[in-house]
Design a protein around this ligand. Structure first.
Ligand code: HPA
Length: 247
């Protein structure tokens, strides 16, 4: 049986659909502990591992997440593929609140994060290929599932994800810069997660839920109340997609 790991983001801190649940408390790695307990269970044809990257309850800030430990923990527990769920701001015009996107590229604007295993300390210096940061066959499968789902706010089978440092949201000028760079989406957790999965050789793709128009893309300020309201229905869509993926 294949093992799929789900890394939950903001709004996805538990996954009730699992059967035969086992909790893995106190998972330790050579690089410290993951954000919280990893939950194992069965979903359709898959053994599933669930790890909320911000912890449960949601408390670890994007720049404080021990991404290296999270990914190592999932590898230790046998993950063969990883599906990351990311709440994002929408930059391109179709990326309205509730829209789901399967990004194909990333630009990394983060700084100061532990972003590699190959740092010459943990592992000898090495340079992975990262031309296509997301696994193409996982992306294709996700897109085919999305096209069979009733999604009120649509989906995109592409997207450039701009990874910002957070935890604050961006200024209008920063979003304009990202847009000029070609970003369609903006989030705080896409990197270094995707690169670490590649370093570990685990196929990785992301399902992004747009939870707000990025700064300056609507006339309103961005409030957490508005974001929470979108998450409520949007994460139900994401869970349906994951369930369909596992059938
Ligand atoms: N910017 C960065 N990260 C985000 C946003 C945003 O607008 N919305 C959700 N995560």
């Amino acid at each position: 049986m294949k093992t799929l790991a789900i890394i939950g983001g903001t709004g996805l801190t538990k996954f009730d659909q699992l059967e035969e649940i086992i909790k893995h408390p106190d998972v330790k790695t050579e690089l410290g502990a993951p954000s919280c307990n990893v939950i194992e269970g069965r979903l359709g044809k898959y053994r599933l591992l669930f790890l909320p990257r911000h912890g449960h309850p949601h408390a670890v800030a994007p720049h404080k997440i021990n991404y290296r430990a999270n990914l190592l923990a999932l590898k230790q527990l046998g993950a063969n593929e990883i599906l990351a769920v990311n709440a994002v701001g929408g930059i391109e015009k179709n990326a309205i609140a509730g829209h789901i996107s399967v990004p194909h590229q990333i630009i990394d604007y983060t700084s100061g994060r532990e972003n590699t295993y190959f740092d010459g300390l943990f592992r000898p210096l090495d340079h992975i290929d990262f031309t296509h940061p997301y696994d193409q066959s996982l992306r294709t499968k996700l897109v085919s599932i999305l096209s069979g789902q009733p999604l009120e706010n649509g989906f995109s089978d592409f997207g450039v994800y701009g990874a910002t440092q957070g935890p604050r949201l961006e200024t209008i000028a920063e979003i304009n810069r990202l847009e000029n760079d070609g970003c369609d989406l903006v989030g705080m957790t896409g990197m270094p997660e995707a690169a670490l999965a590649r370093e570990l050789g685990i196929p990785y793709a992301s399902l992004c839920l747009v939870v707000n128009p990025a700064a300056g893309k609507s006339n309103e300020l961005i409030t957490m109340d508005d974001i929470r309201a979108v998450i409520e229905t949007g994460m139900a869509d994401i869970k349906r997609v994951i369930e369909a993926y596992c059938q």
